[in-house]
Design a protein around this ligand. Sequence first.
Ligand code: 0RA
Length: 646
Amino acid sequence: MSNNTYTADSIQALEGIEHVRMRPSMYIGDVGTRGLHHLVYEVVDNSIDEALAGHCDRIFVTIHEGNSVTVKDNGRGIPVDMHKKEGKSALEVVMTKIGAGGKFDKDSYKVSGGLHGVGVSCVNALSTHLKAEVHRNGKIYVQEYEKGHSIYDVKEVGEIDDRGTTVTFQPDNTIFNETVYNYNTLALRLRELSFLNRGITITITDEREKDDKGEFVTDTFHSEGGLKEFVEFVDGNREALMQEIIYMEGDRDGVPVEVAMRYNTSYNENLHSYVNNINTHEGGTHLAGFRRALTRTLKKYADENFNLAKEKVEIVGDDFREGLTAIISVKVMEPQFEGQTKTKLGNSEVSGAVDKIVGEMLTNYLEEHPNEGKIIVEKVILAAKARQAAKKARELVQRKNPMGGSGLPGKLADCSSKDPAESELYLVEGDSAGGTAKQGRDRHFQAILPLKGKILNVEKSMAHKVLENEEIRNIYTALGVSIGTEEDSKALNLAKLRYHKIVIMTDADVDGSHITTLILTFFFRYMKELIENGYIYIATPPLYLLKKGAKQQYAWGENDRERLVAEWSTDGTGKGIAVQRYKGLGEMNAEQLWETTMNPEHRTLRQVTIDNATESDRIFSMLMGDDVPPRREFIEKNAMYAKIDV
Ligand code: 0RA
């Protein structure tokens, strides 16, 4: 990720601030939406640290008109006294010296800090303007900065009897190519932080828009129950197997560990792990420690209390995690992040700490809760039996449909290119639209697989049903990869993937959105790697065709349509303009479909990304669960898919 031409020394030689502005991605990941939002997280993290140190319980985040943002807390206030070595106020050092962080306060319990952990000075460097206001010692101190440099010394501007720090910054639009904050994205993260750090109250307010009552949109997040409530929240649409949530907390070798878990009737494993409030998508030593302790403890309990021989089933690690939702949160002083996206914890000492705490506390729990113990063991035995059935089904499928050679589905119209990097697979709703797409495509690099309407809802199906399902089998055989929930097959062999763009193309109506969601659920649960690697896209067919005389143009939404009508009308009416509404892909001919939706020169593909893994899990369980109204509402709003024009 980082650019190796710069050594640590040369970074310093280059003067921190200028280097941050020259290579922002090295510090905040990217200069798109993610990086923009990261600025807020970076500032909030400082307040969270102050809260973790026990000096702050209130944080306010405000998005202002023009997309500047304020983060205010009621902590001790950043010190303003002279920093001897630097010859400047401590506030100025924190705000302008790259890498200074809060390190001069050795007692502070600094464990949070965004994924990149770069500090508020980077936010300052990437802002056209930043103002810091500190309430401390009964006084108000302020300092302002432009592009990371102070524009005056810290000054005392008044007296006050509260305490705290307020930072307002305006992201530099010459650096970021996206400068509009997404309220939901920020609110999601703040809610997550409130669950991960119980007792803190976090309020977000959006001053850019007013609601029906003429008030600013605002949300306040506060959790007394912490991870317990987090599990309850992400599992809101699953049917729990037990009333109570199993909660384990402790501190081993200086590593605070917190785990909350509960079994439900689903067939999925939902483990979410955090290190210093950062979601570790790729897992790591903390997760390994949890899994080991869970398997060992439950196995021992089952062996001692149940007659497993009678069940004639061999139980493996996976079986203990089917239908399990668990959140694991650890705080590590010097975390080492590894893996492709630097979200895998490497510290070996953490594994033992989690293992010990979970082992001991789960053993105690089972002793004190024999009823729950029985429910868990019965669920595990059921999972083992289902796994064996799935294995048989898979073997059957593989025999019928051998890998390699001509093992491709009959319905697939493949492309001629064999280079995955340039090849695209369109998953098309319905045979009729599939036929049109086959005529319209560029057969050199575009393959078409028509799907029969609604595919199986994998959220509610056992693994072997998923593997046996014909449409799903067509998808993964066309892709050239194997799928499964078992540990060995989970390491999906991406090298075998036959297309690096997999495009879901459905009608632009509620049914189409539902089908898109069903397909996405399948990818999310069974081939998450495809999403994580950016291979999954959603096609966006136009909604309207407008014609006036000889000219015609497509419109993708209401705004588009209104703009065109306004442009074309000479007298301000809609007169003489024919507006054709496309209800389905089938209403376009092959040429139109190519022109608007498939031709790389003109089309808009939305790349599917996972912004927040825990929230995605909750959303998928909600969308595909039993409760219909929230699903409809959500699909209609369709707020989940990140829109990236490719
Ligand atoms: C170090 C020392 C002290 C306060 C802070 C850091 C601090 C930093 C931030 C950043 C945002 N909000 C903050 N609140 C506090 C003070 C140590 C003391 O008073 O003894």
